[in-house]
Design a protein around this ligand. Structure first.
Ligand SMILES: NC(=O)c1ccc[n+]([C@@H]2O[C@H](COP(=O)([O-])OP(=O)(O)OC[C@H]3O[C@@H](n4cnc5c(N)ncnc54)[C@H](O)[C@@H]3O)[C@@H](O)[C@H]2O)c1
Length: 371
């Protein structure tokens, strides 16, 4: 197969990481076209790519026109989250594979429809949970798959960041139930995905509180805490908070097992802070020395590896590392947290028919505590 031909829909902030991820895989893939409603944004990303790779990128403002006119194998959907489902389904129907940004959708029904369409179209649907490719996460996952933790007791996802007025003011969709969700759906979903994946995916029950304590100008929550009972009997806790004064502090994942303890921290789960196993391997010093790198921003380094995996999955017709089913699990857990917070009671999984829009009328009641 020749190079995988790629188009991008949505050329805002995160699209820079996609352009970089494609450019760093330029021996096997090529960015062919970019599309944004605002032509200048699509042109800027085209130029970014052309400055890294000797090629010409065509610019569009209408994604349907791009799908009609270009020969593409893979299309990236990096628009506002509320548009992910509709645009991804259009792309799949046009016969192209999809990489969709996180969260893949804002409702269970939309996630199900996207997965069903990928199946119907026999195309790959990948969700951009790029932190799964972090070196520290991959090393921990290998230890887990080798059985080094023994029985799992508990896991904790902690996200202590800051998102202030100037962040939310960058675009009107941020923090709205229709287009984004709150901090757990946007900022915390990466670590929530990692926690669920590491703890064995299956969940029986979730109980949670969420609130908007410090951002009266957005609808969604800026803080949340959740308790999870996993199907394997272990417990999980989530603490997500974007009110941390005055700036991002940490994104940390801790896994506690019968025979192993790992804590991965730094600003975006890239540094292994604790590595203890009972199996006699003397890899501790090496592991702690080799996993110390913080990325330049919280988006991390993972997009390059995400593209490598996507390209290999397309060429070898294999299941991608983070497919639609995996993306749905993270969305489902966040929606279960929202439902529990809204109803003030534990929520059993699997969840059906819940959406961020079901939180819409909560703003002036329980979800908005201090103003
Ligand atoms: N993986 C990560 O770490 C990560 C980080 C940041 C954002 N994201 C996700 O990426 C998505 C985009 O976030 P962002 O910060 O780049 O937002 P942004 O507002 O900067 O960019 C979104 C862009 O999509 C464009 N767009 C909207 N509808 C379109 C359409 N029909 N056709 C073409 N373009 C269209 C908008 O004009 C805008 O330029 C969100 O879903 C967000 O959750 C993921």
């Amino acid at each position: 197969m020749e190079k995988v031909r790629i188009g991008i829909i949505g050329c805002g902030r995160i699209s820079k990481n996609h352009v970089n991820g494609i450019a760093k895989n330029s021996d096997t893939a090529a960015l062919v076209s970019t599309c944004d409603l605002i032509e200048e944004k699509a042109s800027r990303r085209a130029k970014d790519y052309e400055s890294m790779v000797d090629s010409k990128v065509t610019v569009y403002t209408d994604y349907r026109k791009m799908l009609d006119e270009e020969i593409l194998d893979l299309v990236v959907v990096a628009t506002e989250s509320g548009y992910h489902a509709r645009i991804s389904i259009d792309v799949l129907k046009s016969g192209r594979h999809v990489i969709v940004e996180k969260p893949m959708a804002l409702s269970i029904d939309d996630a199900n429809e996207m997965i069903a369409e990928a199946k119907r179209a026999k195309k790959i649907l990948i969700v951009s949970h790029q932190n799964r490719f972090n070196k520290a996460i991959q090393t921990t996952r290998a230890a887990l798959e080798d059985g080094r933790f023994g029985r799992l007791f508990s896991g904790a996802a902690v996200i202590r960041w800051n998102r202030n007025y100037s962040y939310y003011n960058m675009a009107p969709w941020r923090g709205t139930w229709a287009m984004d969700g709150g901090a757990l759906m946007n900022q915390c979903i990466h670590n929530i995905d990692l926690l669920r994946w590491m703890m064995g995916d299956g969940i029986d029950e979730v109980f949670a509180y969420t609130a908007n304590m410090n951002h009266p100008y957005v609808e969604g929550e800026d803080i949340g805490t959740a308790l999870i009972r996993f199907s394997n009997g272990s417990f999980g806790t989530i603490e997500g908070n974007v009110n941390v004064f005055p700036k991002n502090l940490e994104e940390t994942l801790s896994i506690f097992g019968e025979k192993g303890t790992v804590v991965i921290g730094g600003i975006a789960v890239n540094k292994i802070l604790t590595w203890r196993f009972a199996d006699g391997s003397d890899d501790k010093e090496k592991i702690l020395k080799e996993h110390i790198e913080d990325p330049p921003n919280v988006y991390g380094f993972g997009h390059v590896a995400l593209y490598k995996d996507a390209i290999e999955s397309i060429k070898d017709e294999k299941k991608p590392y983070v497919d639609g089913e995996a993306g749905k699990k993270a969305v489902e857990l966040v929606l279960a947290i929202y439902k529990s917070s809204r109803e003030h009671k534990p929520v059993k999984l699997p969840l059906s028919h819940f959406s961020t829009l079901d939180m819409k009328d909560q703003k002036d009641k329980d979800n908005f505590l201090s103003v």
